[in-house]
Design a protein around this ligand. Structure first.
Ligand code: 1YM
Length: 652
């Protein structure tokens, strides 16, 4: 490391902040890992894999590689293998050591030598192999150049020996094996197959033709039903067109026109492509990417797409008299209803705004996307009148529904404005009104509701029993939600509004606790309420206000001693602790408990156990909800059976 620094110092006459970082070498990465990989939590751990895979993908895009293997090995060691040219092993002039050694020991070296077209300072991207090396307990790189296999091993970023030849080969390619450093990743070093799968699939979609093979080779890893290692082969010739179609898979919604519409433009070093399709659902799902990075907060490319889509559809509607002279234009919400779209741009000087670096700022990309959509989409619509008709019908229906919803909302507002705070009839409210202290229990069933009202601490615990037919919000528009007899008491009790009107500062209870039986019906209620919160009050979930009560499953009693068990294991443990021969009562439902028992086991903050529902990963949660509320029974049953796990582990 010392040597590298000296060489660098001679080379750079003028220092700016970024170059000073280079001088600090890999020590800086170990000192402040978050700056280089975002976090040292689960996300950062997985990010290491993406950095190495990115280099292999670049090699594929350069046309030298058609296969990338990613293996999770025992001990959560990662192995990435490609069949490209192999990282060059020749001496790199400035540093006087093999290029491959530079790539793994000098910060930002990849970009310097890689010179690969679009790959540029994309936020977390491109910090590369040296960062992974710095944050690994050990890392080994093997390069095959068609003659020899070269190898070098590192420990926490420092090389253990120089690059050496360990064998002969007729093949070419690069293999990187590393073990993330538990000193850095203190939360967890366990890899989650599904997290890797989601990201690698996304990369395979964004880089049409790339073939990525992910395999879980851990003894204690994910297995198929027949006990073999879990494996996915990710290869999509259709690129983002396939991605767009995939967004609808497993959803309730069906495409309403056959072809995914695909637009593409290239200008000098810049490229933009968009794939979109309308479906029978009401949600819109627009994903945008810049240089293969998911721009979660959108940016110029995404807003240009939305604006020019609205403009083009309005222009078409005017031209063909679908909109009359006096009609107002369609709103962008109308145009986006049921829209699934993927926007991907690649550019050489990507600039990112916002803290998270997830928002593209280049205005030139905005104009490129706008003119592409304006020109190509109007042509497309005129060439495909049947498709144009179903899209315009859809937009028209959305526009009509939006107006109806607007009226329903105004009606609700005017109702509430007379009485100021109108509360649902069945709400047993609490006395205090400080949301930092108050809790709302949403309880299924009148008898459990009754016990809860009697058993609660009425100072800060409010009870809302639910009755009536539950609405599946995945299948309904917002105007139906307003009128629903089961949901509108929830909205009223929470007092913070709904949808675009939701205002968390008006929330009347800091904890919103869903209390339902541990059986199938209870799970159904939980799922529907969670879906409702997720779709119409996502902030409520994001900010951690939603909880799931955990009633016990058993009462274990012997003589005067009584304990409540929340699982089979706990039950057996208590029986053993009480010396066997205990009376075991299984609770069939909340309704079986009297007020005192309900308080003791499920509502008393000193003893109760609750799951806090989290929403770390919006996209995953979105897909889970679509799966659950879709037509297929199997995912729903799985959810119902593993509800607790769902809230804890699936991060929603
Ligand atoms: C398992 C990870 O890193 N593959 C890989 C990396 C490189 C090359 C090929 C490569 C690039 C170039 C020329 C070039 C890299 N080389 C460099 C550098 N797989 C993996 N495969 N020859 C080979 O871009 O010109 C950085 S990455 F800088 F040494 F050229």
């Amino acid at each position: 490391m010392e040597e590298n620094q000296n060489v660098k110092e001679q080379e750079n006459q003028n220092y700016d902040a970024s170059q000073i970082q280079v001088l600090e070498g890999l020590e800086a990465v170990r000192k402040r890992p978050g700056m280089y990989i975002g976090s040292t939590g689960e996300r950062g751990l997985h990010h290491l894999v993406y950095e190495i895979v990115d280099n292999a993908i670049d090699e594929t895009l350069a046309g030298y590689c058609d296969r990338i293997e990613v293996n999770i090995l025992d001990g959560d060691v990662i192995e990435v293998v490609d069949n490209g040219r192999g990282i060059p092993v020749g001496i790199q002039e400035k540093m006087g050591i093999p290029a491959v050694s530079v790539v793994f020991t000098v910060l930002h070296a990849g970009g310097k030598f890689g010179g690969s077209g679009y790959k540029v300072s994309g936020g977390l991207h491109g910090v590369g192999a040296s960062v992974v090396n710095a944050l690994s307990e050990w890392l080994e790189v093997q390069v095959s150049d068609g003659e020899h296999v070269y190898m070098q091993r590192f420990r926490r970023g420092d090389s253990e020996h120089e690059l050496k030849i360990i064998g002969d080969t007729a093949e070419t390619g690069t293999r990187v094996i590393f073990k993330p450093d538990a000193e850095i990743f203190t939360d967890t070093t366990r890899y989650d197959y599904d997290i890797l799968l989601t990201r690698l699939r996304e990369q395979a979609f964004l880089n049409a033709g790339v073939r990525i093979i992910l395999t879980d080779k851990r003894e204690d890893g994910d297995k198929n039903e027949d006990g073999t290692n879990r494996q996915d082969i990710l290869h999509f010739e259709g690129g983002i067109k396939s991605f767009c179609a995939y967004l609808l898979e497993g959803k309730r919604a069906e495409p309403i026109h056959e072809d995914v519409i695909y637009l593409k433009a290239e200008q000098k070093d810049n490229m933009a492509e968009i794939a979109f399709q309308y479906n029978s659902g009401f949600d819109s799902k627009i994903l945008s990417f810049a240089n293969n990075m998911h721009t979660v907060d959108g940016g110029t490319h995404e807003s240009a797409f939305k604006n020019s889509l609205t403009r083009t559809i309005n222009a078409y509607a005017r031209k063909f008299k679908i909109l009359k002279d006096n009609d107002p234009n369609f709103k962008s919400d109308d145009v986006q209803e049921g829209l699934a779209a993927v926007v991907s741009v690649k550019l050489t000087d990507a600039q990112f705004e916002s803290q998270t670096k997830a928002k593209l700022g280049n205005t030139s990309m905005g104009s490129m996307v706008s003119s592409m959509v304006n020109e190509q989409l109007s042509l497309y619509l005129e060439d495909h009148p049947a498709t144009a008709k179903v899209i315009l019908d859809k937009v028209m229906a959305a526009s009509t529904a939006r107006e109806a919803a607007q009226k329903a909302r105004e009606l609700q507002r005017s109702k509430t404005s007379f009485t100021k705070v109108r509360m649902p009839d069945k709400l047993a409210d609490c006395i205090w009104d400080n949301p930092e202290l108050t809790e709302l229990y949403i309880v299924e069933g009148d008898s459990a509701g009754g016990s809860a009202v009697k058993g609660r601490d009425r100072n800060y615990q409010a009870i809302l029993p639910l009755w009536g037919k539950m609405l599946n919000v995945e299948k309904a528009r917002i105007d139906k939600v307003y009128g629903n007899e089961k949901l509108s008491p929830v909205v009223m009790a929470l007092g913070a509004g709904i949808g675009d009107d939701f205002d968390i500062s008006k929330l009347r209870y800091g904890k919103v606790i869903i209390m339902a039986d541990a059986d199938v019906d209870g799970s159904h209620i939980r799922t529907l309420l969670l879906t409702f919160f997720f779709r119409y009050m996502p902030q409520l979930v994001e900010e951690g206000h939603v909880y799931i009560a955990q009633p016990p499953l058993f009462e274990v009693k012997k003589g005067k001693q009584k304990r409540y068990a929340f699982s089979d294991e706990e039950r057996d443990q208590y029986i053993a602790e009480l010396g066997g021969n205990a009376d075991v009562q299984r609770y069939k439902g909340l309704g079986e408990m009297d007020a005192e028992q309900l308080w003791e086991t499920t509502m008393d903050p000193q003893f109760r156990s609750m799951l806090r529902v989290r929403l770390d990963d919006f996209d995953r949660a979105d897909r889970v909800f679509s799966d659950l509320m879709g037509d297929e029974v199997e995912p729903r049953r799985e959810f119902i059976e593993q509800n607790a796990k769902f809230a804890e582990n699936l991060d929603i």
